[in-house]
Design a protein around this ligand. Structure first.
Ligand SMILES: [Zn+2]
Length: 151
């Protein structure tokens, strides 16, 4: 009887040592792919438009992000930036066409950011009017968001 108890004790100790020696790896971050949705990389180091070397980077206005996602299934991550030149001169529909390296994975941060984008759009809806978008550039919107944040 005493011997059995000792054996059980040893087994538990062995198991505890094994567990400590080989900790369970952290589960990989959940990634989702939403059919048809693509995204840019989440970097503030450069303009999101390919081969653009202009400085003067700014955050992409929220209303532009919402239109890109709603109408072109293109998600601009929260750290992505655009240069002043493209902000003024490029039409919204041209933005996805000028980004070659598009990804399809979204993670929990992306989903949270998307919820925030639409929440802000709802709160600013008196200023958010897709009819304001001029043909000359995406940023007839500039009037509604004149002070987009510098990256
Ligand atoms: Zn640019």
């Amino acid at each position: 009887m005493e011997l059995d108890r000792f054996a059980t004790h040893v087994d538990i100790e062995s198991m505890l040592q094994l567990i400590k020696a080989s900790p369970t790896p952290a589960p990989p971050a959940a990634v989702v792919n939403v059919q048809g949705v693509r995204r840019d990389s989440n970097t503030a180091r450069r303009c999101l438009i390919d081969n653009c070397n202009y400085g003067s980077l700014r955050q992409v206005p929220n209303s532009v992000k919402v239109q890109l996602l709603s109408y072109y299934y293109f998600y601009v991550p929260n750290h992505a930036c655009i240069c002043q030149w493209h902000l003024i001169h490029m039409a919204i529909e041209e933005i996805p066409e000028n980004i070659i390296n598009q990804m399809t994975d979204l993670n929990a941060e992306s989903v949270g950011d998307i919820i925030n984008l639409y929440t802000q759009a709802l709160e600013q809806r008196s200023n958010f009017n897709v009819d304001d978008v001029s043909d000359e550039g995406a940023f007839g919107l500039e009037e509604t968001e004149p002070h987009s944040t510098i990256c």
